[in-house]
Design a binder for this molecule. Structure first.
Ligand code: UDP
Length: 327
């Protein structure tokens, strides 16, 4: 059985849906601080628990003794917020995650698939980024994730923990069947904010910085569809069930798109014109993050299937369904 911590959140719920479709046994553990109960099918075991509460974790592993693997999504992931409120990030993303690891080990659960991030690299010195690129994060969010990678490595040596750290580039897109999708409160991510403009919910998108060292001056990111991420998690679980070495893998499409490229693609897909306001840079944003996923391809046989247009199209369908269209 797989315990999905944070399975009611964005990437978590898409992964849960995928795992269920594969016929796997899943229990979801989530405190619903940012997740959505309706994103988890009602027939799936659901524990409303908090990582900060050691008793909740103990209950999870006691109630479901056949858990052999954990997938851990329950972390805060806003770069800007992490600069403003680092305490919140270190508390949840590091301290509470140590509680999770300790509880796993108390119950003899040794396998974990961990949500890491390209933010652990900081400013890229070569592009695309491979896994052995220096990891010098430039914001607290990235530091929390790098610390957890290091802590898991120490736990692996000392206690036999077995981990796969998946370093996501920019997760985006929505369920192909449009049952679930991106729904953050508040929303800070680029694509849903542009779609808010497309449906008339907001007037314009702020473009954070236009003098980065990139061809059009705006930040470049590698957007990866959440369904492709779900597939990678499933493969990582399979890997852990038969291997005892640890992995650190990039998950991206290997293609970079600037903020202006994304706005243009949204205009093409939706047929709406998007007003933009050139604004100040956001603290903690590196200019360019593009990942090489060759290692994940070789080791997990993972090949992302969905491209930028699929990402924007699925996001648009979900966004209209969830947030309506007024324009
Ligand atoms: N961005 C922007 N305007 C917004 C939100 C984001 O220009 O309202 C930019 C942001 O600076 C970054 C890119 O879009 O370069 C992707 O940001 P997002 O928050 O979606 O993901 P992140 O890269 O922070 O994980």
């Amino acid at each position: 059985m797989i315990a999905v911590i944070g399975g009611a959140g964005y990437i978590g719920s898409h992964t849960v849906k995928y795992l269920i479709q594969q016929g796997r046994k899943v229990v979801v553990f989530d405190n619903l601080s940012t997740g959505h109960r309706e994103f988890v099918p009602s027939h799936i075991p659901f524990v409303n628990g908090d990582l900060a509460n050691k008793n909740d974790l103990n209950q999870l592993f006691k109630s479901y003794p056949d858990i052999d693997t954990v997938i851990h999504f329950a972390a805060f992931a806003y770069v800007g917020e992490s600069v403003q409120q680092p305490s919140k990030y270190y508390q949840n993303n590091v301290i509470n995650t140590i509680y999770l690891l300790d509880s796993m080990l108390d119950h003899k659960v040794k396998n974990i698939v961990f949500s890491s991030t390209c933010a652990t690299y900081g400013n890229s010195v070569v592009s695309p980024i491979k896994e052995d690129h220096p990891q010098i994060p430039i914001n607290p969010y990235g530091r929390t994730k790098l610390m957890m990678e290091q802590i898991m490595e120490d736990y692996s040596h000392a206690y036999g923990l077995n981990y796969v750290a998946l370093r996501y580039f920019n997760a985006a897109g929505a369920d192909i069947e449009c049952e679930i999708g991106e729904w953050h409160e508040p929303e800070t991510h680029l694509i849903p904010l542009i779609l808010d403009v497309a449906i008339g919910k907001s007037e314009a998108i702020s473009v954070f910085g236009s003098d980065f060292d990139t061809p059009d001056g705006t930040c470049i990111r590698d957007y990866i569809h959440v369904a492709d991420l779900a597939d990678a998690h499933s493969r990582a679980v399979d890997y852990l069930l038969v291997n005892s070495d640890n992995l650190k893998l990039n998950l991206g499409n290997g293609e970079g798109y600037s903020v202006l490229d994304i706005i243009k693609t949204v205009e093409e897909v939706t047929g709406k014109s998007i007003n933009k306001i050139m604004s100040e840079k956001r603290a903690g944003d590196p200019a360019r993050l593009i990942g090489s996923a060759e290692k994940a391809k070789q080791i997990l046989g993972w090949y992302p299937q969905l491209k930028l247009e699929d990402i924007i199209t699925t996001s648009w369908l979900w966004h209209m369904k969830k947030f309506g269209g007024t324009k």
